[in-house]
Structures are given as structure tokens and as C-alpha cells.
Ligand binder design. Structure first.
Ligand code: ADP
Ligand code: MG
Length: 269
């Protein structure tokens, strides 16, 4: 399928994706998509396959079967440079492995836009500054990135991805190490990112944030899509109980909230 005036291809469409490591099936017949302007949430318990799926969407691993199309074009037909410009991938628990100052680290996000020996332009500097501001990292710009706290590092690594100005953002647990204020700030950034025909797929463990911010959700369990749709459909007490083994208390008073209450008694007693 290619984009035409009549039909706009999804930003990313993965169909019947399967992925195995040796004899272990990690993803089994998974179909997901993110349309332009959508913030899509990927939820599910530890080991469900969320990070694996995100890395496949980023083109970082080869799947066993199925297909992935980026803006209507088979992902493997997109050049590495085109993928680097289009797809921003924020890995789970990203690390900084060498001493580098934060501004320099964030500026690495601009490299796909530069040719060899090309200097940073005003456009590049603006993108870097904007990314630092969006992640509340301006005051960190002269710090050695290796000395940052876990939450500061997570924000700076998000800034590097944002500085690249991708049209598809794949963010793996971007708020897991953040304080409450920076969680909301980051979710607002993702929400705004998805406006203007860009798209974001975000892995979240906080179901309240998922319900509040995401247009659609995919609930992954044991490598399969267990439920998909809007928050009301996916985050039913029954789905959460079946997949997470937890009873929740939930409600909606100006914003939706879902609080884990107790483990399900597996003996059925
Ligand atoms: P999630 O992000 O949902 O927590 P992952 O996608 O990281 O889960 O992992 C999915 C499953 O694949 C897990 O059971 C994990 O242990 C397994 N897995 C991931 N990478 C490997 C690997 N290199 N070898 C064996 N199993 C792996
Ligand atoms: Mg993960």
C-alpha cells in the first residue's frame, strides 16, 4: 500500500509480526499501528514483549515473520539515514557510557540531519535548545551526563531523541524513573508531539497516565495482543485482572485513575 490523496498510510503499521529467539516465541502474530496524530500506549506486564516490539518497529532487529511499513513503505526498504531522521527511539533505561557534556549529548540527535563535516546551523541549535527546554534540562546543559541522577539522565536522553525532530517517536518507559511533575511534563510533551500529524508509541506501566493521555492502547501479554482500543475498552477490571493478576480500584473524576488494590488469589479461594 502506498500513500495516495485518498488514503493516508498509517505512520507505522506492523502486521502479524512474530519474533523468536532460538526456540522461544517472544512475539506471536502481533498487529499494531500508529496513525498520524496519534499517541498510542503499549502496556502489559514485565516480559510481555513491549520492548522487543518497540525495537522491531525501530528497525533494530529482524522479525521471523510479518511486515512493518513506515508511512506505507516496507521498513527494510527505507534507508538507514531516512529511518534515523524519521524514527526516534528512546530505549528503556538508557545509559550514558562515556563522559560527555549534556549539550553535546543532546546535539548528537542532530547528526542524521548533517552531512560529513557540516557545522551546526541555527536550525540545529534551535532544535537542541527546544529539546532541552521541553525536558526541563536547560540547567543541566553543562553537566557531565555520566554524573546525572537516573531521572535527569532519562530526561536528557529524551531531549536527544526530541532534538532529532522525528515524525515517529518510540518511547520505552520514558516516565518510569521520573518524579510526579516530570511525569506529567513528559506526557504533555508526548501528547503535543503527536499533534501536527506526528505519531508516538509509548510503553507505560502507569495505567492512569495511559488512560489519561493515550488515544489508543494495546495490551500485550505473553507476546500477544490481548486487548486493543480505547482506554475504557482495554482497561476493564477483567482485562487487568486476567493479564496483571491484580484487582484495581478505578474511577474518573475530571481525570481517570486506576490504583492497584490487591493481588488476585491464584488458588481461586
Ligand atoms: P517487556 O519489555 O514487555 O518487559 P521484553 O520485550 O524486554 O519485555 O522481553 C520479552 C521476553 O523476551 C521476556 O521474557 C524476555 O526475558 C525475553 N527476551 C528478551 N531478550 C531475550 C534474549 N536475548 N534471549 C532470551 N530471551 C529474551
Ligand atoms: Mg521493556
Amino acid at each position: 500500500m502506498s500513500a495516495t490523496n485518498q488514503t493516508i498510510a498509517p505512520r507505522i503499521l506492523a502486521e502479524q509480526l512474530s519474533y523468536r529467539i532460538n526456540s522461544t516465541q517472544i512475539l506471536d502474530n502481533v498487529t499494531v499501528q500508529a496513525n498520524r496524530g496519534e499517541l498510542v500506549g503499549l502496556i502489559g506486564p514485565n516480559g510481555a514483549g513491549k520492548s522487543t516490539l518497540l525495537s522491531l518497529l525501530a528497525g533494530l532487529s529482524n522479525y521471523s515473520s510479518g511486515s512493518i511499513r513506515l508511512d506505507g513503505t516496507a521498513l527494510q526498504e527505507c534507508s538507514a539515514i531516512s529511518r534515523a531522521k524519521t524514527i526516534g527511539w528512546l530505549e528503556q533505561n538508557g545509559e550514558v557510557h562515556w563522559p560527555v557534556n549534556v549539550h553535546r549529548l543532546v546535539s548528537l540527535g542532530r547528526f542524521p540531519h548533517l552531512s560529513t563535516w557540516q557545522k551546526f546551523s541555527e536550525t540545529d541549535e534551535r532544535a537542541i535548545q527546544s529539546a532541552l527546554e521541553l525536558t526541563d534540562s536547560v540547567h543541566l546543559k553543562d553537566r557531565d551526563a555520566m554524573t546525572l541522577s537516573g531521572g535527569e539522565r532519562a530526561r536528557v536522553l529524551m531531549a536527544r531523541v526530541l532534538a532529532a525532530e522525528p515524525t515517529l517517536l518510540l518511547a520505552d518507559e520514558p516516565v518510569s524513573s521520573l518524579d510526579l511533575g516530570h511525569q506529567l511534563q513528559t506526557m504533555d510533551v508526548l501528547r503535543n508531539f503527536a499533534e501536527d500529524k506526528r505519531s508516538c508509541v509509548v510503553v507505560l506501566h502507569d495505567l492512569s497516565l495511559a488512560a489519561r493521555y493515550c488515544d489508543r492502547l494495546y495490551l500485550l501479554d505473553h507476546g500477544k495482543v490481548s486487548a486493543e482500543g480505547n482506554a475504557a475498552t482495554v482497561l476493564s477490571n477483567e482485562n487487568i485482572r486476567n493479564v496483571y493478576g491484580v484487582n484495581v480500584i478505578a474511577g474518573c473524576e475530571s481525570i481517570p485513575w486506576i490504583v492497584p488494590h490487591q493481588l488476585v488469589d491464584k488458588t481461586g479461594q
